[in-house]
Design a protein around this ligand. Sequence first.
Ligand code: 4NP
Length: 159
Amino acid sequence: MTSVLFVCLGNICRSPTAHGVFRTKVADAGLANLIRVDSCGTGGWHIGASPDKRSMAAAESAGYDLSDLRARRVQRDDFGQFDYILAMDRQNLADLEQLCPPEYSGHLGLFLDFGSHGDVQEVPDPYYGDGDGFQQVLSLVENASDGLLEEIRRGRPLA
Ligand code: 4NP
């Protein structure tokens, strides 16, 4: 079993999008019983909330259902329980590095390192922007999800 945890700030826009997209790709590949997928936020403002309606709409237009997801905050146990703990931007990664016990620091990474848009290394926070930001998040997340799934299938560890 390989486990993947997507992390953003609020766990209502970017990481639930990654969660919903990646789990669908995993299921489509017939790997749902081999790859566990989850998401969380470094902040606690939206605990228990559904994803942002704009994220749900962008995802739904491409066939991904986020409606069952609920926000939660990262917790200390997560670091030892997930093989891949993937931040959406460098600030998320820095926040995780502060919280992560040193023995698990090799589990941390930037999600877009698995993408093929070499010049774009962070998923921009769409929360305070216009609607286009949500489509951009979806497309970056779809691309990096393909790369991540390929990497896991090849059996390569993160660090
Ligand atoms: P996310 O976006 O990190 O992609 O879920 C945000 C959602 C809410 C807030 C910040 C970012 N907020 O400050 O409430």
